[in-house]
Design a protein around this ligand. Structure first.
Ligand SMILES: [Fe+2]
Ligand SMILES: [Fe+2]
Length: 475
């Protein structure tokens, strides 16, 4: 069950060879995917040999192998966690019924929409990151970028498999459309806002993998609870890969912070202009990037009150984070939840039916999780003896979606006038000048074991290889 025949065109543990129609549909989609990778995958990387991890099974004790791969030859496989034949739906109106092995007709449109929305984020992030290989601060970092990229490609495969296998012709059409939309394209953009933003530099990339890949984690965790069993099993396995993406972000920011603190202590200054002149990214700039990525990412959870969220939950399509560990009735009919509202220009708390607030519930779980890593960055600053602390901005800061989009709020959570917002937004969000400064630091470092000046080396390498391992070979 868990080993994969790598001589097949599409590695899989779903007995693809026994379903000729499906196999042909996927083999038909594959060249389009490879064309997309050539056009929109990492810029100029086609011939590089990259030390990559490839998923080869779902066995927790050895699911991946490492080796040099040219990225177009990466084996994007289809893997589902093992089935539990007794699995029951454990929330919503179908509570206690057997999990679905097929798509129930009445939930078909909603399930397709959920899968397409998740699937669309995967190629979008590859598109957003496609120029970053040209300015990687080391071979180690370049390899990590490419690892994230190929795995997002595999996540696209995972969603396309579900569309082809369970949704017939309209599933195939959606799978084609996933290769046609483009991040940031005004005519045919990706579905969600944060996936149409640019990821222009490595500070943005690390913030993105820390904050936005973590949104991925929470969405996947909610889908891993789904009553539609193939979706639950697929997303569970995707989470295995997602952990590394968030590690790349957390450790990347940590290493930038570490280098900045070293330079602050050497020069005995916290003046941003002096630190910038010395080639380090000052902590207030890091805070502004954090504010930006945090706020655009929490928008991804959707409107604070949503009848769709209620339907997805009550239908058994999408659970809460760690649904199985919660001890309430898993129906939530009479339950309420407190969320923020705007009244007379001020933020107030308001109690609403929990079913309608499930986007907010997931967003709040996400916020708790993301704060923990920020505290670990602060440990690095504290250890260096520097009084500055990073923090996540208030939930209402810089929101574009839901009730809070209608009000201007400072990172501390104070409602401000339009005039004050305009006067102070460059204190709170990266300015053109900040972005230009960060861009000015970006330059490719290709000597094994060497790192750009603005970032500290990692404590250790990948897969127990040394830090100065030749993670990427150029041809
Ligand atoms: Fe992903
Ligand atoms: Fe990811």
């Amino acid at each position: 069950m868990s080993t994969v025949n790598y001589s097949e065109k599409i590695p899989n543990n779903v007995n693809l060879s026994e379903d000729r129609t499906l196999q042909r549909a996927l083999e038909h989609w594959q060249p389009g995917f490879l064309n997309w990778w050539q056009d929109m995958g990492p810029d100029g990387s086609i011939n590089y040999d990259v030390y990559l991890r490839t998923a080869v099974s779902v066995d927790p004790s050895g699911w991946a192998q490492f080796g040099y791969v040219k990225m177009p030859d990466y084996r994007w496989g289809i893997f589902l966690n093992p089935a539990d034949k007794d699995r029951k739906i454990h929330f919503g109106d179908h509570l206690g019924e057997a999990a679905w092995q097929d798509v129930p007709g009445e939930h078909r449109a909603n399930l397709r929409r959920i899968i397409v929305t998740q699937g669309d984020t995967e190629p979008a992030s590859v598109e957003q990151q496609r120029h970053l290989g040209l300015t990687a601060p080391s071979l180690y970092d370049m390899r990590n970028l490419f690892q994230v990229n190929v795995e997002e490609g595999r996540h696209l495969w995972a969603m396309v498999y579900l569309l082809h296998r369970y949704f017939g012709r309209d599933g195939r059409e959606e799978a084609e459309a996933l290769l046609e939309r483009r991040s940031g394209d005004s005519n045919n953009p990706r579905i969600l806002g944060a996936f149409n933003e640019k990821t222009p530099d490595w500070l943005s990339f690390f913030m993105f993998t820390y904050f936005t890949d973590r949104d991925g984690k929470f969405q996947l965790c909610a889908l891993a609870e789904s009553g539609f069993d193939p979706l639950a099993r697929t997303t569970k396995f995707m989470l295995t890969e997602e952990a590394h993406h968030m590690f790349v972000g957390e450790s990347g920011i940590s290493r930038i912070v570490q280098r900045t603190c070293e330079v602050m202590n050497q020069l005995k200054t916290d003046a941003p202009d002096k630190l910038r002149a010395a080639g380090a990214i000052d902590l207030p700039t890091i805070q502004r990037y954090l504010n930006f990525h945090f706020s655009v990412t929490i928008d991804l959870f959707g409107a604070d009150q949503s009848s769709n969220a209620a339907i997805f939950y009550s239908s058994g399509l999408k659970g809460r984070f760690e649904e199985g560990k919660r001890t309430d009735d898993h129906l939530l009919k009479g339950a309420t939840y407190r969320l923020l509202d705007v009244s007379g220009g001020a933020l107030v708390e308001k109690e609403v039916p929990m079913l309608n607030a499930l986007n907010e519930v997931l967003r709040d779980d996400y916020i708790k999780d993301s704060v923990a890593g920020v505290q670990r960055w602060n440990k690095v600053i504290e250890k260096a003896g520097i009084p500055f602390r990073l923090k996540v901005p208030h939930k209402a800061f810089h929101r574009q979606i839901g009730t809070l989009a209608g009000v201007k709020v400072s990172p501390e959570g104070n409602v401000v006038s339009e005039a004050e917002w305009n006067a102070r937004k460059d204190e709170w969000l990266p300015s053109e000048a900040d972005r230009a400064f960060v861009a000015s630091l970006m330059g490719r470092v290709v000597e094994p074991g060497k790192f750009a000046h603005w970032i500290a080396p990692p404590a250790m390498g990948i897969n127990r290889q040394p830090v100065d391992f030749e993670y990427v070979r150029f041809n």
